[in-house]
Unconditional design. Sequence first.
Length: 333
Amino acid sequence: MIIKSITLTNFRNHSSFRLECNKDTTLILGSNGWGKTSILEAIYILTRGKSFRATDPDIVKTGTPFYRIELEYDNGEVSAATYDGKTKTFQILDKKSRRLPKKNKYPVILFLPSDLNLISGSPSRHREYFDRIFSELSDTYATNLSKYEKALHQRNELLKSDYVSDSSLFSWNLLLARYGSSLSHLRSEFTSLINKKLNPIYYSIAENTDTITLNYLTETAGLTESTYLKFLETNQKRDIYISHTSFGIHRDNFEFIFNGKPADGSASRGETRSIILALKFVESDIVEEKLREKPIILLDDVFSELDQTRRKALINNFKDHQVIITSVENISY
């Protein structure tokens, strides 16, 4: 599916905006603070169902009561999302819903400037990044992650209260064990998929024999639901004392290994950028293989962070996709 146009009303700093998109590459030029990233954010909302950086109240233009986004595709289909200050509604043809229907979600590869700092980021930043990728690959993953995070929040709130007991925690333990064991298994599976492709693609960018591995660091590896539950119960008295959940997939991390050493500290700036580019290309390949659709590529002001060799690699790898690029200066592509 190819995006033909996008129209924004009261979306962040855009009172009224319309962009006509090309079938191959669309370049959005503008100074910092103009609202280029907001356009990509709006596209993401109508293709994936939610923003990649904020909640709806933060998105509405200051002083206005609502926002609206419309996407028109090359087949004539129009989809829209409207937030009225309380509720967001998606409209596809004549049907309205509170969530974007699964059949109307479209794969997207999102490349943000902050992604170039992924290797040196915190464990929470790593989990956030890979959760976004894995949720794109699997609806089960996305659903279970949402349910896990809600159960974790409720359990932690209970641990902080004056009414916590072993029996009151039991139902939350069951939910965390159910969804946590499933997510741990899927994270292992998807990490293995990435590692099968990562080195060959890295070689094509860097043109050398450096080796890259993505390690999934977890204390839950291979645990069944029942074993996961036992670990939660074993740690329960400690959790009550410290007022938060000390065991589970919310403590996982992902680490890049470069030539046998952690990439954070051993890979140069150029090597780090090659690793992240390779990861994006791997993500695109896996999404296309699993979902049998070419993803839309959204590149947010990343060209200025790349040298000519890596710019060329980026362009060549995504030449058969619809690509929408934001930049503060004109670029050749």
